[in-house]
Design a protein around this ligand. Structure first.
Ligand SMILES: CC(=O)SCCNC(=O)CCNC(=O)[C@H](O)C(C)(C)COP(=O)(O)OP(=O)(O)OC[C@H]1O[C@@H](n2cnc3c(N)ncnc32)[C@H](O)[C@@H]1OP(=O)(O)O
Ligand SMILES: CC(C)C(=O)C(=O)O
Ligand SMILES: [Mg+2]
Length: 553
């Protein structure tokens, strides 16, 4: 039996004054990417300097203005990377470079050496404040732990005196979510005071869920509580740094934004320690899907994914929100049908806003235009097959024909699994366009004899024998029907005819669809013809339908 009794419930914060549940996200926060630090420190194979540069360039392209580039005092690579950014002049003037360091003197000094020449720097210090870490890691009481934070602030202050660029301090009470709120506030206020933070020179107070321990509403309560208890809220930029241990990092972030956070730290695709950091892309695309400008350049998710996979040597899972290979694809019949109808309705209404069942956003808005929205397997239905024929090949099958053709594809799917669009098209050709026996049209001529009287003269092959025949009808198709009824000996009725252009311009082709019913058996079938000449397309469709009827007899 699962030994759940080994675990204790994390106490929630009693905070009935909370206001966040009535709020909405209305604008993007300040984003800070921690890919090159928190993401990088969690990789099996941390990024090389070259990979870090490629990732840095991507982050700039995406529009991040605050980027935590590493922990320069931790290793030579981290140090060298920051130096390369400075020496090669790779940092735009409007970008803040953030670096993480423990509250230890030699590390802070080394960090400032690495920062020499940076125009805008955020020095991020941290120490763990949680009950557990105080006891088992630091073996120190509250006073001493608070002193680590104050001492760290002093160390930064000292080094800052000689720093030439703009400098901002960030302080994180690491493992904030495992810390008593009053105590976390006390430590943060001590840091703010020591630093001398003011409204004009604010400090970043970053409240991480270093380990996600509770449901997102509890994190939101913790953030709102802090937001409303700072002595001087204006001197604080309230930042959050959610992790994703319970798989609810995105929800935690969104609720914490409602609760008053100004700034969000996270990574692309949620890379980071254990189950990762907050996925900034998902939160941003969620905003975008609600008509809010995420203030990041996210038009090409495929490029973002490529760079991420190359630099981090990790794969984005197929079901990952917005980026996963399968997230805009429907396999199941009712979804495909609804998507097909929704897209059609959008086109017909010429509607500006996006509203398609099962597709929260238009995949092409984020660079996902080349992947199929609909893929066919044995769970698919007629709407899906019709969608593929239309979107991939331009054939707008008449509604009544959807089932007939989908039944053919279903049999293939049941035998072999997924059916690729190319196979669907080959089957369509085999079943309709190249259904050339026993009767094949060679050539035909139609001449109007009177207002509703047309004579058709047709040369065709019948079971391999070349034949010629003439007939009159109230239109070319009616006349041709007579020829083929005579030749086949079948009694059939023309139930439906439709056509549409397949392509534009001088090479334009038309597709024609004809539905016949065999009066003896009651069976109905479609035939399809394509030609640059609309009458010939109709004739071909008639031959195709008659051949299919005869096959069924
Ligand atoms: C939640 C997070 O993501 S926090 C960031 C974590 N990231 C990293 O640690 C990656 C980079 N870190 C490193 O490369 C190394 O840890 C270094 C270079 C920073 C430090 O290396 P070392 O001093 O050799 O080892 P280590 O990190 O184990 O040091 C632990 C000591 O620092 C103390 N310490 C840990 N964190 C802090 C802190 N934030 N401030 C002050 N002291 C700290 C510990 O109590 C311990 O002290 P002790 O030696 O008296 O027991
Ligand atoms: C350094 C801090 C902010 C951190 O990464 C965490 O607590 O997760
Ligand atoms: Mg972290």
């Amino acid at each position: 039996m699962l030994n759940y009794k080994r675990y204790r419930r994390v106490p929630v914060v009693p905070y009935p004054e909370r206001t966040w549940p009535d709020k909405e996200i209305e604008k993007a926060p300040v984003w800070c990417s921690v890919d090159l630090r928190d993401g990088n420190q969690a990789l099996t194979d941390p990024m090389t300097v070259e990979e870090k540069i490629e990732m840095f360039q991507l982050l700039l392209k995406l529009g991040f203005k605050e980027i935590e580039v590493g922990f320069p005092s931790a290793s030579q690579i981290e140090y060298d990377f920051l130096r390369k950014l400075v020496d090669d002049n790779l940092i735009p003037d409007d970008v803040w470079i953030q670096v993480l360091v423990q509250c230890r003197e030699h590390l802070v000094k080394r960090t400032f050496e690495a920062l020499d020449g940076v125009k805008n720097a955020i020095v991020h210090i941290y120490n763990s404040t949680s009950t557990l870490q105080r006891e088992v890691v630091f073996k120190k009481g509250k006073e001493e732990i608070r002193q680590i934070a104050i001492d760290g602030t002093k160390m930064v202050k000292e080094c800052a005196a000689d720093f030439k660029g703009n400098l901002r301090l960030e302080y994180s009470p690491e493992s904030f979510t495992g810390t008593e709120l009053e105590y976390a506030l006390e430590v943060c206020e001590a840091v703010c005071d020591e630093w001398g933070a003011t409204k004009d020179e604010p400090i970043i107070i970053n409240l991480p869920s270093t380990v996600e321990m509770t449901t997102p509403n509890v994190y939101a309560d913790q953030i709102e509580w802090m937001d409303r208890h700072f002595k001087d809220r204006k001197r604080v930029i309230l930042s959050i740094h959610p992790h994703n241990d319970r798989g609810t990092g995105v929800a935690s972030c969104e609720l914490a934004l409602l609760a008053g956070a100004d700034r969000v730290e996270g990574t692309l695709f949620g890379n980071g320690e254990r189950t990762g950091n907050l996925d900034i892309l998902t939160v941003s695309y969620n905003m975008f899907s609600q008509g809010i400008n995420p203030e990041l350049n996210l038009e090409n998710i495929t490029e973002i994914k490529d760079v991420y996979e190359r630099c981090c040597k990790m794969d984005v899972p197929e079901r990952h929100p917005y980026a996963g290979k399968l997230v805009f694809t429907a396999f199941s019949g009712s979804h495909q049908d609804a998507i097909n109808k929704g897209m059609q309705a959008m086109r017909e209404k010429k509607q500006e806003w996006w509203e398609v069942p099962y597709l929260p956003i238009d995949p092409s808005d984020i660079g996902r235009e080349y992947e199929p929205i609909v893929r066919i397997n044995s769970q698919s239905g007629k709407g899906g097959v019709a969608f593929v024929m239309d979107s991939e090949f331009g054939f707008k099958l008449p509604k009544k024909m959807h089932k007939e053709f989908a039944d053919v594809i279903q049999k293939i799917a049941e035998k072999q699994g997924e059916v690729a669009p190319s196979t669907i098209y080959e089957t369509f050709q085999k079943e309709y366009l190249r259904k050339l026996a026993p009767y094949e049209l060679i050539r035909a001529k139609a001449e109007d004899l009177a207002e509703s009287e047309t004579e058709v003269e047709v040369v065709f092959s019948s079971r391999g024998e070349l034949k010629q025949a003439k007939a009159v009808g109230n239109g070319p198709l009616a006349a041709l029907k007579r020829v083929l009824a005579e030749e086949s000996g079948m009694d059939f009725k023309l139930l439906d005819y439709s056509q549409h252009a397949l392509s534009q311009g001088s090479e334009a082709k038309a597709a024609a669809y004809i539905c016949l019913r065999n009066n003896k058996t009651g069976k109905e079938t479609y035939g399809v013809g394509v030609s640059s000449n609309i009458t010939r397309a109709g004739f071909r469709a008639m031959f195709s339908a008659v051949n299919r009827l005869e096959e069924q007899e």
